[in-house]
Structure formats: structure tokens, C-alpha cells
Design a protein around this ligand. Structure first.
Ligand SMILES: NC(=O)c1ccc[n+]([C@@H]2O[C@H](COP(=O)([O-])OP(=O)(O)OC[C@H]3O[C@@H](n4cnc5c(N)ncnc54)[C@H](OP(=O)(O)O)[C@@H]3O)[C@@H](O)[C@H]2O)c1
Length: 405
């Protein structure tokens, strides 16, 4: 076993750290206390970071690099209502983001309408969420015609597919909003060439639309990227930040459309999803080939990671997680991390190149535009669910106390 059970590790680490310097001890013990109480320490780090405030913009020092961050506090609800009092926001598409951002805008009291195709699943889902046909739920063209701000939250493939019909409706004076830089940045492939006489802005929540909604309802906010592609009015950035807060962001990190789409495609193919899945599979397969049982292979690969160690990294960082593990585990992990980094870095460079040169976009557009896309995707999901590792995981999870009836 590479690391100990979470509670024992934490107990022992507290003991070890009583001899550590004051600053480290205070941080660790406070975090352990919070972890025991089930408190997530998320916003604290940002709050305690030194910052300068100039007219609602904060310059925060991220490990030696100063970056611009906008904060929800600067846009209280009354200010949002005043700012958007003459606007109609047409939110086109009602997938995960449409649902989260749309309901948050509605709860914030803004004049928001939904535009989706009448025969699609989204129309029914919107109705279930209380959007009323003819009042604030329309077909896409009608919603755009009534709006001043068009929030394009169709799937990325659909943004490309519908562009010939949508573009002529984006007349001077309207604002075009995206939650991903994908369509305009890869315009050679997507054909989304935005009109030159309108503001084009982006707010990209760093999480699922379901989380956008949940955090908003909890009175918190999701972290989002914010960017301007085209500023015709001179107000594009301010509008983007205000919209970002209105859809449920807590903090908005300033970036560009290019940087947002490159980092997003890269991250999800790497550590967030593809890379981590590949690491899990490789480690699990070797354990199984060397004679370990499915439960042992799963527990040492996934369960301990997701249930014990990764949450510790999320709470207080990598050194905090190391501190919670045995000296044996620490020594080996520090040594092997260097070899993994050196081995994987060329793969990450290949990945970044494939993202930047449009290879990944081309693949995504081709695959996701196929008429049999949903069936093909379901087949792949069934294959993943059927892998021994994830079947073993199902059995392991069934033994968790909360799953025992
Ligand atoms: N999901 C996330 O976690 C996330 C996070 C940050 C940013 N984003 C970005 O947010 C945007 C929206 O993503 P999403 O995940 O919320 O939505 P999605 O699930 O990718 O897209 C769903 C919407 O697209 C519509 N649609 C699909 N094909 C269509 C077509 N041919 N014509 C008209 N409508 C069509 C669907 O309507 P029907 O029901 O009628 O098919 C549905 O309303 C994307 O740019 C995405 O990259 C997503």
C-alpha cells in the first residue's frame, strides 16, 4: 500500500508537523481541522493572496506572475440589473451550460430568453425548467431576432453547422457571446467568421454547467475565463465581465480566445481526462499482469487516488498530500515523479501541437457531426464501462458505507 488510509495518515501527519516550522504547522492543522469538519477551503486561498484593487479589477500575484482577475463582489445584483436593463439575452442551446447559465441569469432577474429547435430534447428540458413557449422559449431564429446579446451555447459542432443561418442575423449593435474559443479561433475549419461590426466576447466556466448551477445556488461562484475577441463599442470587456458574473462566476480570469481554447482542449485530453485515464489503465493492467487481484489493482490505482489523496491535493496542494503519506511513500513518489515527467513531457508537447495546429478540432468536428454520433459515442462508453477496471470499481464502490442499505 503506497499511502495510508486518510484518517490515519492525517493523524500521523499532524503529529509529525507539530515539530515543523510555525507557518507550515498552522496551515496544515487548520486544513486538517477543516477536512475533518467536511469544510472545503476553496475560496480562502484567493482571499488570502495579496492583491491590489483598481476600480473593480484585481491584480493577483500567482507564484510570481501578476494576472488580472475580476470578482463577483464588484457586480452586485442591482448593478447587473441596471447595466443590462435595456438588453434581451438570447441563450441559444440548452445543454449543460445553457441550463446552468440560463437558470442563473433568470434567478438574477435579467431579461433572458432561450432559443432551441422545437423538435429537439432541449426544448422539452427547457419546458421542464419552467421556460414558457412564446414567452421566454422560442425557436433559435426568433430568439435571436428579439435579442441584443446572443449567447451561442450550442454544441461546438452545431455552432459550425448552424453558422450560415445564424451569421446574417448578427446585425450591428448586437453582441455575440461564447463559452469556448473553439468556433472563432479555428474559423478556417469551423467557418465561424464573425461579423466585423459587433462585440465578440467569451465567458468559459471552468466546470460543467451543472456545477455552474450548483455553486450559484450555494451562494458561491465558479471560476471562469473571460476574453474579448472583438471590441467594437469599447465596452466589450466590461460587458463580458458583467455577463460572467450574471451567469454565475465567482472569479473571472482574463485570457484570450486562443489561450482559452488551446488550454481547454489540451487540459481535457491531458491531466483532466484522457491522460489520467491512460495512467489508470496502464497501472491497473501491469498490476493485473503481475498477479494482483482486481480489487487490489483498483484500490491501489483509483480508489485511494480519488477518495483519499487527490482531495488532499485539491484542498492544500501537492506538498500537503505528501505530508499526509508515509516516509516510504514520499521517497518513492518524489523519485518516480521526475521519471514520469520526463517520459510524459514529449507526449504533452505532441498533444499541444495537435491542439494548436487544428488536428484535434478537425477530428472533433468530423466525429461529432456524424449522423450516427450519439450511437458511436454510446458504443465507446459501453466499452469503457465494460473494462475490467471499471467493473471492479463498481464492486468496490458498492461496499462504501453510503451505498450499503
Ligand atoms: N459542458 C461543459 O462542461 C462546458 C464547459 C465550459 C464550456 N462549454 C462550452 O459551452 C458550449 C455549450 O456546451 P454544452 O456542453 O452546454 O452543450 P452541448 O451539450 O455540447 O450542446 C447541446 C445543445 O446544442 C444543440 N444542438 C446540437 N446540434 C444542433 C443542431 N444541429 N442544431 C441546433 N441545435 C443543436 C442541442 O439541442 P437539441 O437538444 O435540440 O439537440 C443542445 O441544446 C460549447 O461551446 C462548449 O464547449 C461546455
Amino acid at each position: 500500500m503506497a499511502a495510508r488510509g486518510a484518517s490515519r495518515a492525517l493523524r500521523n501527519s499532524v503529529k509529525q508537523l507539530t515539530a515543523a516550522p510555525v507557518v507550515q504547522r498552522r496551515t496544515f492543522v487548520a486544513a486538517v481541522g477543516a477536512a475533518r469538519a467536511g469544510i472545503t477551503a476553496a475560496p480562502k486561498a484567493a482571499v488570502s493572496t495579496p492583491f491590489q484593487q483598481t476600480r473593480g479589477v484585481k491584480t493577483i500575484d500567482f507564484a510570481g506572475t501578476k494576472e488580472t482577475v475580476f470578482e463577483r463582489e464588484d457586480w452586485p445584483r442591482e448593478r447587473l440589473l441596471e447595466y443590462f436593463k435595456d438588453d434581451t439575452l438570447a441563450l441559444i442551446g440548452y445543454g449543460s451550460q445553457g441550463h446552468g447559465q440560463g437558470l442563473n441569469l433568470r434567478d438574477n432577474g435579467l431579461n433572458v430568453i432561450i432559443g432551441v429547435r422545437k423538435n429537439g430534447a432541449s426544448w422539452k428540458e427547457a419546458e421542464q425548467d419552467g421556460w414558457i413557449p412564446g414567452k421566454n422559449l422560442f425557436e433559435i431564429d426568433e430568439a435571436i431576432s428579439k435579442s441584443t446579446i446572443v449567447m451561442n451555447l450550442l454544441s461546438d459542432a452545431a455552432q459550425s453547422e448552424t453558422w450560415p443561418a445564424i451569421k446574417p442575423q448578427l446585425t450591428k449593435g448586437k453582441t455575440l457571446y461564447f463559452s469556448h474559443g473553439f468556433s472563432p479561433v479555428f474559423k478556417d475549419l469551423t467557418k465561424v467568421d464573425v461579423p466585423t461590426d459587433i462585440d465578440v466576447i467569451l465567458v468559459a466556466p471552468k466546470g460543467s454547467g451543472r456545477t455552474v448551477r450548483t455553486l450559484f445556488r450555494e451562494g458561491r461562484g465558479i471560476n471562469s475565463s473571460v476574453a474579448v475577441y472583438q471590441d467594437v463599442t469599447g465596452k466589450a470587456e466590461e460587458k463580458a465581465v458583467a455577463l460572467g458574473v450574471a451567469v454565475g462566476s465567482g472569479y473571472l480570469y482574463k485570457t484570450t480566445f486562443e489561450k482559452e481554447v488551446y488550454s481547454d482542449l489540451y487540459g481535457e485530453r491531458g491531466c483532466l481526462m484522457g491522460g489520467i485515464h491512460g495512467m489508470f489503465l496502464a497501472q491497473y493492467e501491469v498490476l493485473r499482469e503481475r498477479g494482483h487481484s482486481p480489487s487490489e489493482a483498483f484500490n491501489e490505482t483509483v480508489e485511494e487516488a480519488t477518495q483519499s489523496l487527490y482531495p488532499l491535493i485539491g484542498q492544500n496542494g501537492m506538498d500537503y498530500m505528501y505530508a499526509a503519506c508515509s516516509t516510504t511513500a514520499r521517497r518513492g513518489a518524489i523519485d518516480w515523479s521526475k521519471r514520469f515527467k520526463d517520459t510524459l513531457k514529449p507526449v504533452f508537447n505532441d498533444l499541444y501541437d495537435a491542439v494548436r495546429d487544428g488536428t484535434e478540432t478537425k477530428r472533433s468536428l468530423e466525429y461529432n457531426s456524424r449522423p450516427d454520433y450519439r450511437e458511436a459515442y454510446q458504443k465507446e462508453m459501453d466499452e469503457i464501462a465494460g473494462l475490467e477496471i471499471w467493473r471492479a470499481g463498481k464492486a468496490v464502490r458498492s461496499l462504501r458505507p453510503e451505498n450499503q442499505k
